[in-house]
Write a protein that binds this ligand. Structure first.
Ligand code: HEM
Length: 530
């Protein structure tokens, strides 16, 4: 089964018809009682045409509504073969992919070059089913626990009265949230850096953010973080360019991606992994691997290339492909598993839940762009938009009728490898609502990232904070955010305070005591770029 909309049979005939195939004589005039009307209710063609039109739009994504997609291929290098039995990572195996890049906060019609996190979601149509790597262009996230996701998203969304996204009130709510919920400071620092205004989707890194678990053929495990490295290197706009581009060409990134592919300048990324031992602590060099607000510097764990992706085909139909594609971090294949990261665990629930509404029921995996390129025998039945015509008796397992049971993967007679549920020791089985103490440091990584930047990039960060905080009317919120900056870096805080015309506070005493300034780090600088 192909994943392009050309596989559809509609709109092929030479004669215009109704949706039921009845030939039409006229689609330009409604049926009226005389030439001056009124219009008659019995005009079924009119009502079908208008009713279908009325329902052309589906709900946009609650986040990441604005996106651009492309098809391509992924080829494994075989370098991960010892760590993972995932078939698509084996040497030379070619796997079709579909990628959707996105902004997070804006609606479907918003502009491309706004300051925001970018989504970088990849669907691998592997021989063992679909694997989705649903990542961002920033290696850390705003929150440590998925229960905070509605809060962080609501804080960047426009207020109900006027729905003006860039209203001062929206700046107030964003800075209010991140200054109160200080675990968001590291992600905010990346958004305020040049990473928040990429030059092109083609020049963005991508990150799986969470720690994942790889499983080898013998059930051995290791923990990994996924990285996409663009062959063109990482490039950003400067703020003035971003502002002008928003006005001159709001579709700048979408156009850039499509034009590059159209002209044969196919964008390429290498997929890489940072590898950590899978032990009970799940810590690495003092960094809690289950804390998605933390990254692991590449000097401590180099990124090892495991494959290459080339995007070489534009979508044929934006709605059928880019809009209807349904990514899910729980779409895993044998050899790749999730960890207990509490953010990732909530995502496992959230995506399918939202897609049940967005894509009109439980059968969206039958939409061509979402169809696996592997045999499917899922025993699921019926529901809205069921396209398959099932035969035989109702499915249940075990059964001895109707040809007997299909094989379970891994059993004699099945050629398929099973998904391995890795046994895991649950250390502290006490029901409670709190984070581990290792999640408490909210500033050192923001500091590390800021200090890894060059002088010009730091200036951009200072200007971005001054500009964005300058839109925030609440003095208390501005003062609280300046306090967070003081806890991150005194020079940054002083520069932003100067920009805002406010006094610069000093770091909180407990932060000074807990976090002596770390050495300067070269975040992301170790990757060779062609
Ligand atoms: C899209 C929820 C965290 C990356 C979405 C959507 C929801 C959602 C509801 C819309 C999906 C759809 O309509 O198909 C959440 C929740 C999170 C979370 C509840 C935290 C608990 C993250 C994180 C990342 C991420 C940490 C990155 C690592 C994305 C991307 C998309 C997306 C890239 C767009 C996918 C596409 O292009 O269709 N998220 N998200 N999200 N999310 Fe998350």
């Amino acid at each position: 089964m192909t994943t392009t909309p050309e596989s559809g049979t509609k709109q092929q005939g030479k004669t215009l018809t109704t949706s039921q195939g009845a030939p039409l004589r006229d689609t330009n005039h409604s049926l009226k009682a005389g030439p001056r009307g009124p219009v008659l209710l019995q005009d079924h063609h009119l009502r079908e045409k208008i009713t279908h039109f009325d329902h052309e739009r589906i709900p946009e994504r609650v986040v990441h509504a604005r996106g651009a997609g492309a098809h391509g291929t992924f080829v494994g290098y075989g370098t991960a073969e010892k760590l993972s039995c995932a078939a698509f990572l084996a040497d030379g195996v070619e796997t079709p992919v579909f990628v959707r890049f996105s902004t997070v906060a804006g609606s479907r019609g918003s502009a491309d070059t706004v300051r925001d996190t970018r989504g970088f979601a990849t669907k691998f149509y592997t021989s063992d089913g679909v694997f989705d790597l649903v990542g961002n262009n920033i290696p850390v996230f705003f929150i440590q626990d998925g229960i905070k996701f509605p809060d962080v998203v609501h804080s960047v969304k426009p207020h109900p009265d006027l729905e003006i996204p860039q209203a001062q009130s929206a700046h107030d709510t964003f800075w209010d949230f991140v200054s109160l919920h200080t675990e968001a400071q590291a992600h905010t620092m990346w958004v305020m850096s040049d990473r928040g205004i990429p030059r092109s989707y083609r020049t963005m890194e991508g990150f799986g953010v969470h720690t994942f678990r790889l499983v080898d053929a013998d059930g051995g495990t290791s923990l990994v973080k996924f990285h996409w490295k663009p062959k063109l290197g990482v490039h950003s706009l400067i703020w003035e360019e971003a502002l002008l581009t928003n006005g001159v060409d709001p579709d700048f990134h979408r156009r850039d991606l499509a034009a590059a592919i159209e002209s044969g300048a196919f964008p390429e990324w290498e997929l890489g992994i940072q590898v950590f031992p899978d032990n009970e602590e799940q810590m690495f060099e003092g960094i809690d691997l289950l804390d998605p607000t933390k990254f692991v510097p590449e000097e401590l764990a180099p990124v090892q290339p495991i494959g290459k992706m080339v995007l070489n085909r534009n979508p044929t139909n934006y709605f059928a492909e880019t809009e209807q594609v349904a990514f899910h971090p729980g779409h895993l294949v044998p050899g790749i598993d999730v960890t207990n990261d509490a953010l990732l665990q909530v995502r496992l629930f959230s995506y399918i839940d939202t897609q049940l509404t967005r894509l009109g029921g439980p059968n969206f995996s039958q939409i061509p762009i979402n169809r696996p390129h592997a045999d499917v025998n899922d025993m699921l039945r019926d529901g809205f938009h069921q396209d398959d015509v099932h035969e035989g008796i109702a499915p249940y397992h075990p059964n001895s009728l109707d040809g007997g049971c299909p094989f379970m993967a891994g059993a004699e007679g099945s050629a398929r490898m099973p998904f391995i549920d890795v046994p895991e020791h649950i250390a502290e089985a006490v029901k409670e609502r709190r984070n581990p103490a290792t999640f408490d440091d909210h500033y050192s990584q923001a500091r590390m990232f800021y200090r890894s930047l060059g002088a010009q990039e730091r200036l951009h960060v200072q200007q971005a904070y001054s500009f964005e905080l300058g839109k925030c009317a609440s003095e208390a919120v501005r003062a609280r955010q300046l306090q967070a900056l003081a806890n991150i870096d005194a020079d940054l805080c002083a520069a932003v305070a100067l920009g805002l015309g406010l006094p610069a506070p000093s770091a909180d005493r407990e932060v000074q005591e807990r976090e002596p300034s770390p050495a300067v780090s070269q975040v992301g600088a170790s990757w060779p770029v062609d």
